[in-house]
Design a protein around this ligand. Structure first.
Ligand code: PEP
Ligand code: MN
Length: 344
């Protein structure tokens, strides 16, 4: 439920609304706006009787949020969220953010070469997993904690920000020591203790869509993070499981405008896991930006044939540089400022 306060409602009136919400057994989230303050009521799993709140001084209107997810929805917050990162970088603003790097951190030499190559080609965020959720127990499982100092080194050498995956709550704390963004992978989209731990972190969270998740399940997973007080969530469409056999996953590009219409959160596209084939990555990256994605996450390896994971979908640095030029040109044509992609 959202309680819209009158223009000019006093701090005391807002406080009284919050107190009554707490007395009713829920939590209050006051959100001061330019025109008026809104107070969100969270913690309910069904319709709440708003009559007691409606009668309070300073209350203009009580809006019942119809969806099961609340804080992620545009009903709750109309303006698009812009996630701020160190160094003035933003996700959800004018620029398309390109996160790139190898699937896994493999060695010092490999991650430093990859980081340098993607930085030169226009990336601002380095992706690479130390903790790797692999389908087979016999596949390379990542370097684990030993990979984290290598990411720290890559960051120090290149100035790139780091996004890297956490697979469990303890891993989230370890990752948070070096990362600028905590990645939650498709296989862990409904790992609720992990979502809650990430929700208590101060860092932005990149939440990938589960491979069989509906938009509602995905948004409810984001709601878990926000319910813990972390509002910096970036959604990542990375393909879902379908009957198609020509791709590893079916990249659901329609999810981008759908999410932008029902949620204020930024959404990016991963054309690498979304296709599984190098030759498809650039076309799908172009399409992702054309449908309104706020950014891309792309796998790049300086020797894809030697990659310890996901080499079949890795771009070489020069292929990646070309991709960046192309998607920037597309963004210039379709950005809201240029009168292109509608926001919702
Ligand atoms: C990854 O980004 O390396 C990864 C494992 O992706 P996903 O969780 O989308 O499969
Ligand atoms: Mn991968």
């Amino acid at each position: 439920m959202l309680i819209v306060m009158r223009h000019g409602a006093s701090d005391e009136e807002v406080r009284r609304v919050c107190d009554v919400i707490v007395e009713m057994g829920y939590q209050a989230r006051p959100m001061p706006g330019r025109q008026r303050t809104t107070v969100g009521l969270v913690g309910n799993d069904g319709r709440v009787d708003g009559s007691r709140i409606e009668a309070l001084a300073g209350v203009q209107e009580v809006i019942h949020v119809s969806k099961p997810y609340k804080q992620v929805s545009r009903e709750w917050k109309a303006e698009s969220t812009i996630v701020s990162l160190p160094g003035g970088l933003t996700i959800g603003g004018e620029d398309v953010v390109v996160m790139a790097g190898p699937c896994s951190v493999e060695s010092e030499q490999q991650i430093l070469a990859a980081a340098e190559a993607v930085r030169e080609a226009g990336a601002t965020v380095l992706r690479a997993g130390a903790f790797k959720p692999r389908s087979s127990p016999y596949s390379f499982q990542g370097l684990g904690v030993e990979g984290l100092p290598l990411l720290r080194l890559a960051k120090a050498e290149t100035g790139l920000l780091i996004v890297t995956e956490a697979m469990d709550p303890e891993g989230a704390d370890q990752v948070a020591e070096v990362a600028d963004i905590i990645q939650i992978g498709a296989r862990n989209m409904q790992n609720f203790p992990l979502l809650e731990r990430a929700g208590r972190s101060k860092l932005p969270v990149l939440l990938k869509r589960g491979m069989a998740a509906t938009l509602e399940e995905w948004l409810l997973a984001a709601e878990y993070i926000m319910a813990e007080g972390n509002y910096n969530v970036v959604l990542c469409e990375r393909g879902v499981r379908t009957f198609a056999q020509h791709t590893r996953n079916t990249l659901d590009l329609a999810a981008v405008p759908a999410i932008r219409s029902i949620s204020h959160l930024p959404v990016i596209v991963d054309p690498s896991h979304g296709s599984g084939n190098t030759y498809m990555v650039t076309p799908l990256a172009r399409a992702g930006v054309a449908v309104g994605a706020d950014g891309l996450m792309v796998e790049v390896h300086d020797h894809p044939e030697l990659a310890l994971s996901d080499g079949a979908q890795a771009l070489t640095p020069s292929q990646y540089a070309q991709l960046v030029n192309e998607v920037r040109a597309i963004r210039n044509l379709t950005s809201p400022a240029a009168g292109g992609t509608p926001q919702n």
